[in-house]
Design a protein around this ligand. Sequence first.
Ligand SMILES: *Cc1c(COP(=O)(O)O)cnc(C)c1O
Length: 359
Amino acid sequence: MIPVTKPFMPPQEAYNKHVTAIWKRQWLTNNGPCVNELELSLKEKLNLDHLLFVTNGTIALQLAIQALALEGEIITTPFSYVATTSSIVWEHCIPIYADINSNTLNIDPESIEKCITDKTTAIIATHVYGIPCDIEAIEGIAKKYKLKVIYDAAHAIGSCYKGQSLLSYGDIATMSTHATKLFHTIEGGAIVTRDPDLLKRLAFMRNFGHDGPGKFNGVGINGKNSEFHAAMGLCNLPYLDQIIAKRKKDSQQYDDWLIDKGLIRPELPEGTEYNYSYYPILFKNEEECLKIKSELEKNEINPRRYFYPSLNHLPYLKKQDTPVCDDISKRVLCLPLYYDITKGEIDLICRLIIRSLKY
Ligand SMILES: *Cc1c(COP(=O)(O)O)cnc(C)c1O
């Protein structure tokens, strides 16, 4: 079976070394040495001012919304994983969907501007598949209407725009380090901001609001992560460049087979340094997309409909129209891409796709 993704596994001896040290220290969680070292290493690697390692990418989004004290309406993208929207609803705000750009598949700034009302407080945009949003346009709109910007950068580690990590943009950027992501800590996530005051607030919030043993600075939650999770990150981080390089090679192999066959790839804005975190491909229509999907499944290959359905169809929301996203989500498929997929496996997948495109 060829799955859509598989986690990267670092050498087991490296992880065992950390486990031995954790055993000796008997310090399992609560801002331990592995968590500190991971935060430092990530900041250094990505050239970021501040970063907090947290429980997961969803808690990261919820903490971001809380720390910015958002209320009312938040304009967001319907083309993302459900957590982008569910975090907004969970925090008692109302998600308002702007449509997406059909080339980059990211939120469309013109559509954002049309969604603004006197209740709008923020924009939460996803750098989908690690492709940069239209950062300048979004910044411009945020300034003009005094809105906060959160980037759901769950897919974005290793992607840069104009030489800077995508995580460095926005009031806050959040990341997921779930096992399915390009860089993982089994479960985990991170919050990034340039604002030291915001960082302080987030750090209190991550730890129940504790400001020392008997003192509290505002309301908080348990957003901490453990030494064991951080240790997995410490083992994986040295391989980040190698993981991205391998995915780049694999993506080029897919491209060589597929892009002159009428299949369309999302566009990277100028100034992008890409992380190849997914291999999405757009078919002519839903029928063709489903035909290829079932053909691959017959051969024990499991691509995924990332992202379908479009989030504006979530059953707990009022209906909102985003025609571009509705169309895209029906005909997009992510093909298998992970560190140890082989050249032969990609050749097989592409031959099957090309063969079934013909009849
Ligand atoms: C994975 C993902 C999340 C959630 O991250 P978790 O760590 O699984 O909670 C949020 N947004 C996007 C776009 C994601 O892909």
